[in-house]
Write a protein that binds this ligand. Structure first.
Ligand SMILES: NC(=O)c1ccc[n+]([C@@H]2O[C@H](COP(=O)([O-])OP(=O)(O)OC[C@H]3O[C@@H](n4cnc5c(N)ncnc54)[C@H](OP(=O)(O)O)[C@@H]3O)[C@@H](O)[C@H]2O)c1
Length: 305
């Protein structure tokens, strides 16, 4: 089968489109015939060397977000049948014709959307869910600033926060204003024209998906007792105390119960995937290159089947 592998860390030259053996599921795993896979910043970050810091061993098969059809079941798997349409997070090897998934990490795919759309949901939605609901505990009526509101995580965070009844301020460049407002944002900040700290005050929660200066400046927009949750940076206790707020980093983990709730929101039409570009598996380098430019609207996906 075809797969994407790196044998060393580095630039795009280390990314290889290779022929490998089809993997065999362990007792608690399922083998998925991958239809589409989501392309995420973590993929090129792993290629750049994050893999080493995460304790991964080379060679590494890239790809952690898949949707496809159950091909075979491990001996102990009782919760799926062959032919089921599934989606979710896997630890590696998703950019491939077949991939292994833990049967406890994967969920049935929403029925009313395509595989292409389904590939754009699990990582962004679970990250947003765990950040704004589990950590920041956003409630109805609260004001939330979402930076990178047009990206893979932000575009789902805007919709989840709205579904919860929050007042959402989305931040991206002006070219994404209509997109972000159509996701449900009540207010929009164009970071290329406006210094957001002059316009956004006293929010209950910031969900930062950009990092750097945007992360640092976001503290100024919170009210006392507010919560800053970031997908990118590692906030210190000192910085949080200086502003009288709480701050945390989200570490997205597979969670099938949450993914099933996300599926329900998709089925109810309250959460939509936004795929902006589709590449075939063989064009992985172009896909990673585009992701690395950091201006993806919604999601880049790979078509595999
Ligand atoms: N900790 C975790 O568990 C976790 C999980 C998932 C993702 N992440 C991280 O979260 C980050 C976001 O992921 P993603 O998939 O959403 O990335 P992405 O899709 O590449 O985000 C791109 C979006 O960011 C916007 N953007 C870029 N610079 C901005 C700025 N200065 N202010 C506001 N918006 C800006 C862009 O809008 P414009 O084109 O309009 O500039 C674009 O739509 C990545 O660093 C990723 O590695 C962490």
């Amino acid at each position: 089968m075809k797969a994407i592998e790196i044998k060393a860390y580095g630039n795009m030259d280390v990314v290889n489109y290779v022929d490998v053996e089809r993997p065999e599921p362990a007792a608690d795993e399922i083998l998925v015939r991958v239809q589409y896979a989501g392309v995420n910043p973590v993929d090129w970050k792993i290629r750049n060397g994050l893999g080493e810091r995460l304790g991964l061993k080379l060679p590494i098969r890239l790809g952690g977000e898949i949707t496809g059809i159950v091909e075979t079941l491990g001996a102990n798997v009782k919760n799926f049948n062959m032919g089921d349409e599934v989606y979710g997070l896997i630890s590696s090897g998703g950019f491939a014709e077949f991939a292994l998934a833990k049967s406890t990490d994967i969920a049935l795919k929403p029925k009313n959307i395509s595989f292409e759309q389904a590939a754009a949901i699990p990582l962004g939605a679970l990250t947003a869910w765990q950040a704004i609901f589990n950590l920041a505990n956003v409630t109805s009526g609260q004001k939330i600033l979402i930076t990178g509101a047009s990206g893979g995580v932000g575009s789902l965070a805007v919709q989840l926060a709205k579904a919860k009844g929050a007042h959402v301020i989305g931040m991206a460049s002006g070219s994404n204003e209509d997109f972000v407002r159509n996701l449900g944002a009540d207010e929009f900040i164009d970071y290329t024209l406006q210094n957001f700290v002059d316009f956004v005050k006293d929010v209950d929660v910031v969900f930062d998906t950009v990092g750097g200066d945007t992360f640092s400046k976001s503290f100024n927009t919170l009210k006392k007792g507010g919560f800053l949750v970031t997908a990118v940076e590692f906030p210190t206790e000192e910085k949080a105390q200086e502003f009288g707020v709480k701050a945390a980093r989200v570490f997205c983990k597979p969670n099938v119960q949450e993914l099933n709730e996300i599926t329900q929101l998709v089925d109810d039409g309250k959460l939509k995937a936004n795929v902006s570009v589709v590449f075939p598996l063989a064009k992985i380098k172009e896909a990673l290159q585009l992701s690395e430019e950091r201006h993806t609207r919604g999601k880049i996906v790979l078509q595999i089947a």
